[in-house]
Write a protein that binds this ligand. Structure first.
Ligand code: FAD
Length: 301
């Protein structure tokens, strides 16, 4: 099956030009507008004709949408990642690997080498698929997205940005421009673990966890987010609250993971039943928290 080719193809080299091209609406003069990042979700949709685009705006030549660097505002001790940063760059970056390990774990777990070479951070967040790995990691690391349109910039936590699978806060005329990850405190660690059944490894369930410990090894902060659910990334708030204040020993974490699995908004589909997903969440949540704890105490970075 061949894709219906867009009538017009635009490849701006500045963000301002891209924002002008998409300004106002997702339809321009009655034509449907599409935005191309890594193309790893959009192109298959075009090829299968589930999606039709008349005007395609390609973000690949916009240098200012790339880069992994300290946030430009010196007050803001965050790492800034451009929306067009590829999974491969996330996995290769020593900044990401050492301080935001859950994100490098998640990026490294996506698909195969071709998908990781093309797929982008912004594309994964904007598409917000049920089976996306990276959004859960960004949420667990308490990342914010910066949304840009011709007239304004706005910043919001990824928790608020993804409202449900495939539903985000993006408005017509807006792009994700960048992601900001707050600097972790001392003795922090994070991890992403997942279970996938297909060769390209999309998660049936994945879990991202970030923890901070005090000098005695007591958990001072915990952030735990599950991927693979139709709700979009699901924050396990009860588990987070129960982790804080205790030591992260395997038995205690296993009990908390079991309780989180019981309350998770699981669903049944061809890839697994609701009960199977609960069992996976119990296992993978325990593994993610324990490996984040090992990293927080200085091991396994
Ligand atoms: C074989 C295969 C295996 C895969 N396996 C996995 C996996 O294991 N785990 C996983 O998480 N994913 C997997 N994926 C999906 C992959 O992660 C996609 O890359 C991702 O979903 C979309 O990112 P992209 O950069 O390719 O975006 P595109 O496909 O270019 O765009 C996707 C959507 O997001 C919009 N968009 C893109 N960038 C922006 C932006 N900056 N601002 C606003 N809107 C934007 C586009 O308009 C489009 O609607 C797989 C894909 C393939 C083909």
């Amino acid at each position: 099956m061949y894709a219906v080719e867009p009538r017009e193809y635009l490849a701006p080299v500045t963000l301002d030009d891209a924002l002008s091209a998409i300004a106002g609406s997702d339809r321009v003069n009655g034509s449907t507008l599409g935005v191309l990042a890594g193309g790893q979700s959009l192109v298959p949709l075009l090829r299968s004709r589930q999606h039709k685009v008349d005007i395609l705006v390609d973000l690949n030549r916009i240098a200012e949408l790339g880069g992994i660097e300290p946030a430009p505002d010196a007050q803001d001790r965050s790492l800034r990642l451009g929306a067009m940063v590829r999974y491969r760059e996330l996995a290769d970056s020593s900044d990401v690997r050492e301080r935001f390990t859950a994100l490098s774990d998640a990026a490294l777990s996506v698909g195969d080498v071709q998908v990781r070479n093309r797929g982008t951070l912004g594309g994964s967040l904007a598409f917000a698929d049920t089976t996306a790995d990276v959004p859960a990691a960004v949420a667990a690391l308490r990342g914010d997205v910066i949304l840009a349109s011709r007239d304004r910039r706005r910043r919001m936590p990824v928790d608020d940005f993804i409202r449900s699978a495939r539903i985000t806060a993006l408005e017509p005329g807006e792009l994700i421009a960048e992601v900001l990850l707050p600097e972790p405190t001392a003795r922090s660690g994070s991890a992403y673990t997942k279970f996938g059944i297909t060769t390209n490894g999309r998660p049936v369930v994945g879990v991202a966890a970030a923890v901070a410990l005090d000098d005695a090894g007591t958990c001072m902060d915990a952030s735990v987010v599950v991927s693979g659910l139709r709700t979009g990334p699901w924050r396990a708030t009860t588990a987070q609250a129960r982790l804080v204040g205790g030591r992260l020993d395997p038995e205690a974490v296993a009990r908390i993971a079991q309780a989180a699995a019981a309350e998770a908004p699981v669903h049944t589909d061809l890839r697994g039943s609701a009960e199977y997903r609960r069992a996976l969440i119990a296992t993978y949540l325990r593994r993610a928290v324990l490996s984040a704890a090992v990293r927080a105490s200085g091991g396994g970075k």
